[in-house]
Design a binder for this molecule. Sequence first.
Ligand code: NAI
Ligand code: MG
Length: 361
Amino acid sequence: MSVTPYTILVIPGDGIGREVIPAAVSVLQATGLPLRFVEADAGWECFQRQGDALPPATLEAARAADAVLFGAVASPSHPVVGYRSPIVRLRRELDLYANIRPVYDDPAAAGNLQARRVDLVVVRENTEGLYAGRERVEDGGATAIAERVITRRASERIARVAFELARNRRIARGEDSTPPARVTIVHKANILRETCGLFRTAALEIAQAYPDVQVEEMLVDTCALQIATRPERFDVIVTTNLFGDILSDVACAWGGGLGLASSANLGERHALFEPVHGAAPDIAGKGIANPLAAIGCTALLLAYLARRASPEDASDMNAWSTRIQRAIRHIRTAGPHTPDLGDNAVTSQMTDAVIAHMLTT
Ligand code: NAI
Ligand code: MG
């Protein structure tokens, strides 16, 4: 194993971020892999203390790290002068253009009539669209306008991520796997002719370089219904920023809900891993947050580091990534479970159970 440690920047943030991220770190520490943890501040409380939700030192540390593990921040829904969501800023500053949200069927739902074999990934463009931050008011506040920015460059590169992912997933399943690799390009080009039109054209052009991957397109409203009713039909879904944000939350219902949904934000040079859920102010401080989404991030993080590590480190990292995922599925079925999953375990009991399972199987 390498002696040079990989640096993981840990940003717990606000609310339950400060409960589930330490749980995730303890899982990573239990692997014994050569990882070095550095902690940094960001979020609403950080803003209240320092007047900056993403201090320059945090941004610098994020740039210097091999990967970032991020909890959640409690952004207010009303405008606050000087406040900008640090996660949106981090995605932009580090050019984390691909937001990857995998959803597997919830093993605890097995036997239930609703149980489905779900294995899909939402690939969401992460830097532009309606989240480009181009909002303004006119008519003295009587009209509010948001500009939706779609570029060919961002559309092409996110499409490439989706097609590569679909190809690699099929290879991992076995070359002649059923179902075949498929990418669903999701848009609303019948109405948003210019913006979604450009996204659609760019994605369909990229598709031509992947004759081994099936391609289909779907309108976003149809897609929402299909995810809710026929989730097993999807493999990789690629879409623009806001559509991806919403569709991935719908999809994660099949994976056991927010408490189990993990995500990766990837760019060419940086990567940030975060649970999909927010700061959960209603349960923060009680020690009962479900840590599985954050722990699932560590499996994604190790798989990412493995792609850049020496072959020797890579094989250890991939093995631990698989073990962590197996442990999550086991705990999801066997317990202990926090209240969101219907029982009364606390965060630390679930975390200890994951660690015990991954160390003994
Ligand atoms: P939320 O995800 O924080 O909570 C929604 C519901 O799910 C709550 O009832 C909460 O208790 C529950 N929940 C979420 N994660 C859980 C977990 N790990 N274990 C058990 N229960 C869990 O979303 P909400 O309420 O819409 O937003 C609350 C705050 O979080 C807001 O300030 C929002 O801006 C922020 N937020 C931040 C995000 C981020 O940092 N990436 C993402 C989403 C929301
Ligand atoms: Mg969301």
